[in-house]
Design a protein around this ligand. Structure first.
Ligand SMILES: [Zn+2]
Length: 185
């Protein structure tokens, strides 16, 4: 997917201990920007700061931007998605930073935390903070974004699900036992 014009992904070397197999990332990439496919004007979405994730996760994010986020940005604001403020690329840790319990999906680069969506077009721009959307339209946009994330990823957790996700939307592609055990709030 790096060959798609507008995509800026560099293959990366996971910087955490390779001794821990739970923290191994398949095909790690540093995700700088993704092209919106099917967009005549060659729009790209930048990731701030560029996270280190697996290529499979980068691909899932790219599909989600194309099929859901860009159409929602146009529909609600008549703007294009320009950037996303993100965090939680690869980190070798347990879920929610706990000292015991399951290894976080972030450990294997299969997850991304989204803090804000930046939309822009011409001289107009709008920033939607996941923690604190402002006004009815931003609230509806975020509701629709979260709903679409439930279909696009295996897990989508955001404000209201638990204290650890009060200020961001967590999405991951961690495979669960069955499609019906998909975890989404
Ligand atoms: Zn997360």
């Amino acid at each position: 997917m790096a060959s798609i014009p507008g995509n800026r992904l560099e293959s990366a070397v996971s910087n955490v201990s390779k001794a821990d197999p739970a923290c191994r990332v398949d095909e790690p990439v540093r995700l700088h920007a993704l092209a919106i496919r099917g967009s005549a004007s060659g729009q790209t979405v930048t990731f701030e700061p560029a996270p280190l994730i697996s290529c499979a996760m980068a691909s899932a994010v790219a599909d989600w931007l194309d099929t859901s986020i860009q159409p929602l940005a146009r529909g609600y604001f008549n703007l294009s998605l320009a950037a996303m403020r993100v965090g939680g690329g690869q980190e070798c840790r347990r879920r929610n930073g706990a000292s015991t319990g399951p290894i976080s999906e972030h450990a294997s680069g299969q997850a991304l935390d989204i803090f804000a969506f930046k939309l822009a077009e011409g001289g107009t721009s709008e920033t939607v903070l996941v923690e604190k959307p402002s006004g009815l339209v931003q609230n509806r946009f975020l509701d629709a974004v979260r709903q679409s994330a439930c279909g696009a990823f295996m897990t989508a957790l955001g404000p209201g699900s638990d204290a650890a996700h009060a200020n961001h939307l967590h999405v991951d592609i961690q495979t669960r036992r069955s499609r019906t055990s998909r975890f989404c709030q």
